[in-house]
Write a protein that binds this ligand. Structure first.
Ligand SMILES: [Zn+2]
Length: 197
């Protein structure tokens, strides 16, 4: 591993070039400074080989069995602490707010309908999984944090709040950053079983 941390992103060839580019830029912007702080250089690669860190953008797994406007948990969007980000689950995210008293229907429009929404949302989920994998970061309640799991409350779900939660800009707090930088510096991933105690 040496002084370089190779982050390999697999499966982005299937999401389209614009969406893929959004994901790559985000990985560089968020993970790059953490790797630099750890005294190393981040190298992002694409393809079917393995890096020191790996994310697989899985366009195959069909999560629609979870149903429209049910579930909606982050658990179906990625493999928690694993390497998979489920692309179809993201494409299928819907507003799913409260029932409109006039129409007696829920708003079931999809929310991540453009590359500049889908790309950041896939990036947010990927970084969430890396947070678990690298430093065993726990879930938090702050919706602006990468480790957040809860989207807007049911009665506050609108196209705007849902897009903001899934595709909006998120951050790690100082304590999380410190843990990530420490692990990156040591090159040991806390949830990687090959490094287990
Ligand atoms: Zn999680």
């Amino acid at each position: 591993m040496g002084n370089r941390i190779r982050l390999n992103l697999q499966g982005l060839d299937r999401v389209g070039p614009k969406t893929a580019s959004e994901v790559v830029v985000m990985m560089r912007e968020v993970m790059g400074p953490l790797v630099t702080q750890a005294g190393k250089t981040l190298v992002i690669t694409l393809g079917s080989h393995r890096g020191d860190l790996n994310l697989d953008f899985d366009s195959t797994t069909d999560t629609r069995a979870a149903g429209v406007c049910t579930g909606h948990g982050v658990s179906i969007l990625g493999e928690d602490a694993g390497e998979s980000v489920f692309v179809r689950a993201h494409r299928d995210l819907r507003v799913c707010g409260p029932v409109d008293p006039k129409t007696r229907r829920k708003d079931t429009r999809k929310i991540l309908t453009a590359f500049w929404l889908l790309g950041p949302a896939l990036g947010n989920t990927g970084i969430h999984e890396l947070g678990h994998f690298i430093a065993d970061l726990q879930h938090v309640n702050d919706p602006g944090n990468f480790m957040s799991t809860m989207g807007p409350a049911l009665d506050q779900r609108t196209m705007a709040t849902q897009r903001e939660f899934w595709a909006g800009k998120k951050t790690f707090n100082d304590e999380q950053k410190k843990k990530l930088v420490k692990q990156i510096g040591e090159g040991k991933w806390l949830l990687d079983i090959t490094f287990g105690p």
